[in-house]
Structures are given as structure tokens and as C-alpha cells.
Design a protein around this ligand. Structure first.
Ligand code: ATP
Ligand code: MG
Length: 379
């Protein structure tokens, strides 16, 4: 176990409280994986946690969470809690603190996420999480349908974990996803998008997407039919955007198909560039110049191109418009003409000629070239 988490637990115990590592960290430790964050659950109330430690941050005090800063790390310490009433298949209206660890574990989504670990690494496992880990199975805590009607995002989480861990969905849990699928439309698109992004990152993402299709959960997502492409050849990269790119490319959709998913402008631009590059028969200097490395990498993967993109980019005469050795002022001086749309057109022509290696990027040569071209233009 992480030393910092252990220290925190010991401090809380010294102060008379119970404390355990809980959730994903226990699961990952038992799987021999490195947890990416460690959560501690405690019987201490947030105010009591704050009294025990010198440095804390109120990150989620309404939900009982205090961030404890110790040894250069931040560990979330959360009071044992249940969740209040669920009126709309989304998050609970309120949280209630409870006295026992068991009650806290019971509100957690899946058996493999509902275990706790003491500072001596003893496991507390009231719902059979260890057996499910051994059998590589994702199973809801309690009645699956009830748990999904409380919080419909859990259906997507189950499917995401199947790819993250390369686990199967338990039959009852999967049947409940099929049955409750329509409830996913009650979840905010931000939370849905975040789950899908995570899904696309895992090596076994195709397994998740297979479940998504089989349960027809996608049909209750915005423009959900677009998920019905063949994902078997999908290979994750470190970039979740690649999942969206793969789907759009395979399905022949453009970025507007994702209108309701609230992508950032940068994400939309990257996707548009990726699809554009993927659609080009051949890539020339202008392609390498005008499209960013990430989008080109995605497009190359989509279209099975073997190209050393950084190398291609490094061989270009210029990397950016700003590097063109002349500017609009020079053109106005050379022609005696005033500002106007003609300027932009000519700068573009010069830029292209430089990128294609037809024109050296030095002011004197550009001036010569320009004066010939400009005087012979047909206007
Ligand atoms: P990872 O961080 O690797 O994706 P995790 O298990 O840590 O996995 P988190 O989303 O960080 O997942 O949540 C931490 C823990 O909180 C989970 O292990 C689970 O016990 C509980 N949890 C999270 N979201 C829900 C939910 N929607 N319903 C019930 N319990 C949840
Ligand atoms: Mg986590």
C-alpha cells in the first residue's frame, strides 16, 4: 500500500476513528496494477478530518470529501456515507453520513469497487469482489436494475470497466443494462462524454463497444446509431479523440454528427483535420504543413499509412505562416497598392510556393518572383 495512505489511516486511527483504503485502489492493488489515485474512507466527519491533519483542502466537503496533503501528495479522505434519494436516475439529492464501513461499501457500484483494505493490507469484502476479480466479472452490488435506476451512469461505467480490465459483464448485470438502457438519456452529456472518452483509451475498448451495441445502450445516446460501426479492428492510442475519429471515419460521418456531445473547439478542429487528412488520396508538403502532428497521426492510423510524420514536418522549408520572410507591408510597398483582399491571396500563393519548395524563403528572391507573377496575372 502507498506509504502516504498508510500514514493517514494510522493518524486517523490514533485519533480514535476507523479508516481504510477503498474503491478502485483496492481493486487495482489486488490485480497487481498501480492505482492512479488512492481514496481513503473514514468514520471521521469532515471537520474531524480537518482537525487531525495540518494541511487539508475542502475539495468536496458537501459530499464528505477532504483532500489531505501529506509528503507532497494529496489523498482524498471521505466520510463513510450513503446516498440519499434518487429522484431522477442521476446523482442523489443529498448524501448522508453513516456509521459503518459496510453501509459505505454498499452504495458503491460494482463488487470489485466495493472492497476496503486496512493499513495492514487485510481485505474487507462483503459482496464477493475478490471472487469476481478472479473470475474477471463486473457485477453490480445488490440488484442491478435498482442500482442502474438510482444512477444510470453506472451502466456506462460497467461497460467502460469491461474494457479497462478486460472483464466480462455478469449476466444479471448485463440483462439489467439491456432493460434499463433508456435511462441513460437522463444523464448529463458531460458525464456521458467523459465515460466514452475513458472507454476509448483502453486496449480492450472494442469489448466495451461490443457491449454498448449489444445492450443497445447507444440507441439512447444522442445520434446513437453512429456507434454501430465495426469496432473489432479498433486499437486504442493514448488519445481518446481517436475513438471518436475512428467512429466517424468508419461510419462516414462528419464532425457535425457529434453536435450534441459538447466537444471543445479544439477537439472539433482536431477531428475535422483528421477526417480531412484521412480522406486525401495522397499527402503532399501542404498536408504536412497545414495539419498538426496529432491529427496526422490519427489519420495515418485510420488509413494504414506508414509515414514518419515528425520527419516529414522537419523537412518542410517553413513550419508556420509567421516564418514567411515577407509580409503584407512588403507587398504594398512593392506594388504601391492599398490594403485589400488581394493581399491575403498573394501571401497564400507565396506561402504555398515556399512550402512546396518552388520558391526559396528569402526576401530578395520572393520579391523577384512576385514581381514577375504579379505583372503577368490576368485581371
Ligand atoms: P478508475 O479511477 O480507475 O476509473 P475507480 O474505481 O477509482 O476507477 P472512480 O470513478 O474514481 O472509479 O470512483 C471511485 C469509487 O467510487 C469507485 O471505485 C466506486 O466504489 C465509487 N463510485 C464511483 N462512481 C460511482 C457511482 N456512479 N455509483 C456508485 N459508486 C461509485
Ligand atoms: Mg479513481
Amino acid at each position: 500500500m502507498m506509504d502516504t495512505a498508510k500514514k493517514i489511516i494510522l493518524e486517523l486511527k490514533t485519533a480514535g476513528f476507523e479508516a481504510y483504503v477503498v474503491g478502485g485502489a483496492v481493486r487495482d492493488l489486488l490485480l497487481g496494477r498501480v492505482p492512479h489515485d488512492t481514496d481513503v474512507a473514514t468514520s471521521a466527519l469532515p471537520e474531524e478530518v480537518k482537525r487531525v491533519f495540518e494541511r487539508t483542502v475542502d475539495t468536496g466537503i458537501a459530499h464528505g470529501t477532504v483532500l489531505v496533503l501529506l509528503d507532497g501528495e494529496g489523498i482524498e479522505v471521505t466520510t463513510f456515507r450513503t446516498e440519499g434519494a434518487y429522484t431522477d436516475h442521476r446523482r442523489p439529492d443529498e448524501v448522508a453520513f453513516v456509521r459503518t464501513l459496510e453501509e459505505d461499501l454498499k452504495r458503491r457500484d460494482f463488487t470489485i469497487n466495493a472492497m476496503a483494505m486496512t493499513e495492514t493490507m487485510d481485505i474487507i469484502d462483503p459482496f464477493g469482489g475478490r471472487i469476481d476479480l478472479e473470475d474477471k466479472r463486473i457485477r453490480a452490488v445488490g440488484n442491478s436494475s435498482e442500482r442502474f435506476s438510482e444512477d444510470a451512469l453506472r451502466m456506462l461505467r460497467a461497460i467502460r470497466f469491461s474494457g479497462q480490465l478486460d472483464f466480462a459483464l455478469d449476466d444479471e448485470t448485463f440483462a439489467a443494462i439491456k432493460q434499463e438502457a433508456s435511462l441513460i438519456s437522463s444523464i448529463s452529456i458531460e458525464r456521458v462524454k467523459a465515460e466514452l472518452d475513458k472507454m476509448f483509451l483502453h486496449e480492450q475498448a472494442a469489448r466495451s463497444l461490443g457491449y454498448l451495441q449489444e445492450a443497445k445502450l447507444n440507441e439512447h445516446l444522442p445520434n446513437g446509431k453512429m456507434f454501430d460501426v465495426d469496432w473489432t479492428a479498433y486499437e486504442a492510442t493514448g488519445n481518446s479523440l481517436y475513438g471518436w475519429a475512428f467512429m466517424l471515419h468508419r461510419g462516414g460521418f462528419d464532425v457535425s454528427a457529434l453536435r450534441l456531445y459538447k466537444l471543445s473547439n479544439d477537439e472539433k478542429q482536431q477531428l475535422a483535420n483528421t477526417l480531412c487528412a484521412a480522406s486525401l488520396e495522397t499527402w503532399n508538403a501542404w498536408t504536412y504543413y497545414s495539419i498538426g502532428t496529432e491529427a496526422l497521426e490519427m489519420a495515418a492510423k485510420l488509413t494504414d499509412r506508414q509515414v514518419a510524420i515528425p520527419k516529414k514536418k522537419s523537412l518542410l522549408p517553413i513550419a508556420h505562416k509567421q516564418e514567411v520572410a515577407i509580409n503584407g507591408k512588403d507587398l504594398m510597398e512593392w506594388t504601391g497598392k492599398k490594403q485589400g483582399p488581394w493581399l491575403k491571396d498573394w501571401i497564400s500563393r507565396i506561402e504555398r510556393a515556399i512550402v512546396f519548395g518552388e520558391l526559396p524563403n528569402d526576401p530578395a528572391t520572393i520579391k523577384e518572383w512576385f514581381q514577375v507573377e504579379f505583372s503577368t496575372q490576368d485581371e
